[in-house]
Design a protein. Structure first.
Length: 94
């Protein structure tokens, strides 16, 4: 009887562990400030993060201080493309 209770508890523990792991979600953010070569910030620049594994893209626009944030990204390797009026597009590879 003790052996049956022990096996039952082990089974319950394993099932509870699987349930907790199934709820874990990994996401990340990319943020920064876009500036030109003189250090002046670039407002309204388009910043695109592309997941190199899936090709999924997410885009943000810099604010008046040149700051951008792309939230909720799945884990992976990304390239960042920055485009702004009167400037050549820049791509940052990771």
């Amino acid at each position: 009887m003790k052996q049956a209770k022990f096996c039952f508890l082990i089974i319950c523990f394993c099932m509870a562990s699987l349930d907790v792991r199934g709820q874990a979600v990994s996401v990340s953010n990319i943020d920064g400030t876009v500036t030109d070569l003189t250090g002046a910030v670039l407002p309204n620049a388009a910043v695109t993060a592309t997941n190199k594994g899936t090709g999924a893209e997410r885009t943000a626009t810099t604010d008046k201080d040149g700051y951008y944030r792309i939230a909720g990204l799945a884990p992976g390797v990304y390239s960042i493309k920055i485009e702004s009026k009167n400037f050549a597009a820049q791509v940052i590879e990771n």
